[in-house]
Design a protein around this ligand. Structure first.
Ligand code: ATP
Length: 257
């Protein structure tokens, strides 16, 4: 298993936020974390990313407690894409994506660094924005730049907090398809928070459903997304229909229990 969570509990003040989370995640999979507002999804992802310092021996990457990695070493292993980010500097799109190469740069930017950045920007259709300042980009463009910066890190684990929230439907599908390809072709472990359960069902190999800081259900999308689970976690009655390209939720009736 490439990433392991071995009894992760987090509390803010006296308030318990995550309660004894345990999971094992292999390389090459897309894993979605879903659950209601306040369930602890971001706290879990930030703990996995070591943004919130997890307790010792709670989060393991590549067989080693993440607390034991040097920052530069960990940055080559895993990248984190926040929902929003500001560099605080007037950087262009190109410069922002190039920041993703920072863990690899010793004496200066190499041709290889530039080639990697150009390839990723091309893939995310950011090339035409290359010289534009990041603060002048739209919300969706900025979100793609943050994803591009993380891809430039060439991580083995990619952790993304609602990476498609500002994207239109076409870019949502393109970005999720790109992440799926990355998992399949380069054996990257992709862990992302999604609110759209249909997208999570369509693009995930595995789903973690959180409720009040605990794993309520985990497994393949068709195991996790059952009407009973969704009703118990979200309080919403849904009908689920198996589609030809994976699962498809055809009706979500807002009948609150
Ligand atoms: N720094 C903090 N200090 C105190 N409480 C916090 C802090 N960060 C998060 N919380 C609380 O922890 C709980 C979980 O927050 P978290 O952001 O992990 O939830 P989430 O599932 O990502 O929610 P959402 O879907 O709304 O983004 C919430 O009740 C939140 O108010």
């Amino acid at each position: 298993m490439f990433m392991q969570i071995k009894g992760l509990s987090v509390q803010f003040g006296a308030k318990p936020i995550l309660k004894d989370i345990r999971m094992e995640l292999p390389k090459g999979e897309v894993v979605s974390i879903v659950g209601p507002n306040g369930a602890g999804k971001t706290t879990l992802l930030k703990s996995m990313a070591s943004i919130l310092s997890p307790p010792r021996k709670a989060v393991w990457t590549d067989g080693k407690d993440v607390r034991l990695y040097a920052a530069n070493e960990l940055a080559k292993k895993q990248a984190y894409v926040p929902q929003h980010s500001s560099t605080g500097f007037p950087l262009t799109v190109m410069e922002t994506v190039l920041l993703g190469r920072k863990p690899y740069i010793k004496w200066g930017v190499t041709d290889q660094d530039l080639q990697i950045v150009e390839r990723i920007m091309d893939r995310l259709q950011l090339t035409r924005l290359s010289e534009q300042f990041i603060d002048e980009c739209s919300g969706g463009e900025r979100q793609k730049v943050l994803i591009a910066r993380a891809l430039a890190q060439e991580p083995e684990v990619l952790l993304l907090d609602e990476p498609t929230s500002a994207l239109d439907i076409r870019y949502q599908l393109e970005v999720l398809e790109l992440l799926r390809q990355l998992a399949r072709e380069q054996q990257v472990l992709v862990v992302l928070i999604l609110h759209d359960l249909e997208l999570a069902a369509r693009y995930s190999d595995r789903v973690i459903l959180l409720k009040e800081g605990e794993v309520f259900a985990a497994g393949r999308p068709e195991e996790v997304f059952t009407p009973a689970h969704i009703e118990q976690v979200y309080g919403v009655h849904v009908e689920i229909e198996q589609g030809s390209c994976g699962m498809k939720m055809t009706a979500i009736r807002p009948v609150l229990v």
